[in-house]
Design a protein around this ligand. Structure first.
Ligand code: FAD
Length: 545
C-alpha cells in the first residue's frame, strides 16, 4: 500500500509520504556516504549535521520519526539543575548553553518559561538561589532572564493554586519548553533541505559486511514488507534503547541500562498552573508540573526497566500514584486521583550503565563507540544536547572520510523556525485569520513560521466541534510523512496526550480525512481507529488496577 499523490505541492523541505516508492528505489540505487539508523533526536541531529557538512546521508526509522524516547520526554530544553547536585558540571554547562542554540534554531521549539521552585522558608529559598545562580553562570544567562524571588503576594498573582501557607516563597528561573517529536521532525526536515534522504517505517534488519567492514544494511518497509539494500561508506547506529539489539559484535562491559519515565496529564482546569512548577517527592527527587494545551502534565519517574527495549512500556498504577503523591502538599485544593488522569505516556532512557548505581543516579552523558566492523554506535545523552551528540558521532566516523568532521554549525533556523516571538506571531495569526487566541497560539507552537502555510493549505475545521484544521492533517501527510493515524495523533498534532478530548470527539472525522488522503479502504480505516482505541485503553489500564 502506497499513499496516493496529493494535490497541492508546497515549496518547503518535505519528508517522505508522497512518492515513497520512488524514494525506496533511490535508497537502493545509490551508495551514500553515511547511513543513519534511528529517527529519534540523536539520529535526526546526526543526519542534519552530516548533510550540512556535505555528506550524502540516508536515515532509516523503523517505526515513525520520534516514535521512541524522543516523543516521551518531559519536553524541556534544559541543563538539568538536578544533575548539578549529582556533580555533572560539564554536562550541565554544555546543555545549559545549548538552550540558546536551540532557541536560535527554532524559537517555537524552545520557548522560554519560568520554572518555579516553591520554598518553605527564606533559608531554603537562599539555598535554592545559590544553586540557580551557579546554573545561570554556567549557561551564560542574559541579565533580563535571570531568576526572580517571589514572595507570598507575588505567588498569589502568579500561582494562586499553590499553598502559600506551606510555601510562602519561591524562586523562578528560566527554562525552555519544547515539543520533542516536532523538534525531531524539524531537525529531519533541515537534513532533507541539505540533501538527506529520510524515511520512516523502514526497519534496518541486518547489516552487510565487505572484508569485515560494515558497508550498509538490509531494511524492510513497514508498509509493504518489501526488503531493500542500502549501501553506505559509513553506518551510525543511533537506535536509542534498541542500540544494543543492532550491535554486530558484543560488548561485555558497557551494556545499556534502560530507565523508565512516565508522565500523566490532568485537565488544565483541575490543576490550572501558569508556570512550570518543581515538586519534591517523598524520596527526595524533583518532578515537574507543566501546563500545556488542554492539560497540565506531571512527571517524571526514573526506575530501572528490565523488560528490554519496547515502544510502549507499561504504565503501572504505582508509577501514577508516585506522581500524584506530592500534589496535596503543594495544591491542597486540587484533590486529584488516578481517575482524573486523561492521558499518560512512558518512555525509556537509554542510559550508559554505571554498575552499582540506581537509575536515578546514573549520568545522562552520551557515549560513542566504534566496533571492529567500523559500525559507530551512540547512546545516552539528552534531547537538549542533540547537536553535541551529532558532533561526537561524526568525529567517530571522520577517519573514514577525507574531510574534517564535524564542520561548523551556522545555526540556520530549522524549517518553521524563522520567528522572533511565539506570542507576537500568534497575535498576528489570530487577527489575520479570525482564530481564537488560544487556537492561534496552539498552531504557532506546532508550526512556527510555517503556520500561515498550514492554515492556507485548508482552513476548514476537521469537524464542526473541532478546532483542528484540515490543513494540519494534510500538512502531516504531505510535509511530515505521517503514514497512519497514530503518526498523526501522537507525533504530529500531539493531541493524543495534550488534547485528548479532540481525539475522543473527532477520531472518526480525522480518520475519514486521512483515509481520503492516503487511499485507505473502509477496512483499513477501521483497523487504524481500533488501533488507537486499543492503544489508549492499554495506556490507561492503570485506572482499573
Ligand atoms: P529514540 O528517540 O528512542 O530514537 C531511537 C529510534 O531508533 C526509535 O525511533 C526507534 O524506533 C528507532 N529504531 C530502533 N531500531 C531500529 C531499526 N532496526 N531500524 C531503524 N530504526 C530503529 N531530555 C531532555 O533534554 N529534556 C527532557 O525534558 C527530557 N526528559 C525525559 C523524560 C523521560 C521520561 C525520558 C525517558 C527521557 C527524557 N529525556 C529528556 C532524554 C531524551 O528524551 C532522550 O535522551 C532522547 O530522546 C533519546 O533519543 P534517541 O534518538 O537516542 O532515542
Amino acid at each position: 500500500m502506497y499513499p496516493v499523490q496529493l494535490s497541492k505541492p508546497l515549496n518547503v523541505p518535505v519528508l517522505t509520504t508522497t512518492g515513497r516508492k520512488a524514494r525506496l528505489g533511490e535508497l537502493e540505487g545509490r551508495v551514500f556516504d553515511l547511513v543513519v539508523v534511528g529517527g529519534g533526536i540523536t539520529g535526526a541531529g546526526i543526519a542534519r549535521q552530516a548533510s550540512q557538512c556535505g555528506l550524502s546521508v540516508a536515515l532509516l526509522e523503523a517505526e515513525d520519526f520520534a516514535a521512541g524516547t524522543s516523543s516521551r520526554s518531559s519536553k524541556l530544553i534544559h541543563g538539568g539543575l538536578r544533575y548539578l547536585a549529582m556533580g555533572d558540571v560539564g554536562l550541565v554547562r554544555e546543555t545549559a548553553l545549548e538552550r540558546k542554540a536551540v532557541h536560535k534554531l527554532a524559537a517555537h521549539l524552545a520557548e522560554p518559561a519560568w520554572m518555579v521552585v516553591p520554598a518553605r522558608s527564606r533559608g531554603t529559598l537562599l539555598k535554592f538561589r545559590a544553586g540557580i545562580a551557579t546554573y545561570e553562570k554556567l549557561g551564560a544567562v542574559a541579565p533580563e532572564d535571570r531568576h526572580h524571588n517571589w514572595n507570598r503576594e507575588d505567588l498569589a498573582g502568579a500561582e494562586p493554586w499553590l499553598d502559600r501557607t506551606a510555601f510562602p516563597w519561591a524562586c523562578a528561573y528560566r527554562e525552555y519548553l519544547t515539543d520533542d517529536a516536532r523538534l525531531v521532525l524539524a531537525v529531519l526536515r533541515a537534513a532533507v533541505n541539505f540533501g538527506a534522504l529520510v524515511t520512516n517505517h523502514l526497519r534496518a534488519e541486518e547489516f552487510t559486511l565487505s572484508r569485515g567492514q560494515v558497508d550498509g544494511l538490509v531494511a524492510r518497509c513497514g508498509l509493504t514488507g518489501e526488503r531493500i539494500r542500502v549501501r553506505g561508506k559509513a553506518v551510525i547506529n543511533a537506535a536509542g534503547p534498541w542500540v544494543e539489539d543492532l550491535l554486530l559484535t558484543k560488548r561485555d562491559d558497557r551494556t545499556l541500562h534502560l530507565s523508565k519515565g512516565i508522565h500523566i496529564a490532568v485537565p488544565h482546569p483541575r490543576l490550572p498552573l501558569n508556570n512550570l512548577i518543581v515538586l519534591s517527592t517523598p524520596d527526595k527527587r524533583s518532578i515537574f508540573a507543566i501546563p500545556r494545551g488542554d492539560v497540565t502534565y506531571i512527571g517524571t519517574t526514573d526506575t530501572s526497566y528490565e523488560g528490554g527495549p519496547t515502544l510502549w512500556p507499561e504504565i503501572l498504577a504505582d508509577d501514577v500514584n508516585y506522581l500524584l503523591a506530592p500534589l496535596p502538599r503543594f495544591f491542597p485544593d486540587a484533590a486529584l486521583s488516578r481517575q482524573d488522569v486523561v492521558s499518560a505516556w512512558a518512555g525509556l532512557r537509554p542510559l550508559v550503565n554505571q554498575p552499582g548505581k540506581a537509575a536515578r543516579e546514573m549520568s545522562r552523558k552520551d557515549e560513542v563507540w566504534v566496533g571492529e566492523t567500523g559500525l559507530v554506535s551512540i547512546a545516552g545523552g539528552k534531547l537538549t544536547g542533540f547537536r553535541k551528540m551529532a558532533e561526537d558521532a561524526l568525529q567517530a566516523v571522520a577517519p573514514q572520510f577525507a574531510q574534517s568532521l564535524p564542520c561548523k554549525d551556522p545555526l540556520e533556523p530549522l524549517p518553521g523556525g524563522q520567528l522572533e516571538s511565539v506570542d507576537e506571531l500568534a497575535r498576528r495569526i489570530s487577527r489575520q485569520y479570525g482564530l481564537e487566541d488560544s487556537n492561534a497560539l496552539r498552531l504557532v507552537r506546532l508550526y512556527g513560521s510555517e503556520t500561515e502555510q498550514v492554515i492556507e493549505l485548508n482552513p476548514e475545521p476537521v469537524a464542526e466541534s473541532s478546532r483542528l484544521l484540515k490543513g494540519e492533517i494534510e500538512w502531516a501527510v504531505q510535509v511530515e510523512a505521517a503514514c497512519c493515524l497514530e503518526d498523526v495523533l501522537y507525533r504530529r498534532l500531539r493531541i493524543a496526550w495534550f488534547e485528548p478530548e479532540e481525539v475522543r470527539s473527532n477520531l472518526d472525522a480525522i480518520a475519514r480525512l486521512l483515509a481520503h488522503l492516503l487511499g485507505w479502504s473502509e477496512t483499513e480505516k477501521k483497523r487504524q481507529i481500533d488501533h488507537i482505541r486499543n492503544r489508549r485503553n492499554k495506556d490507561m489500564d492503570f485506572q482499573s488496577a
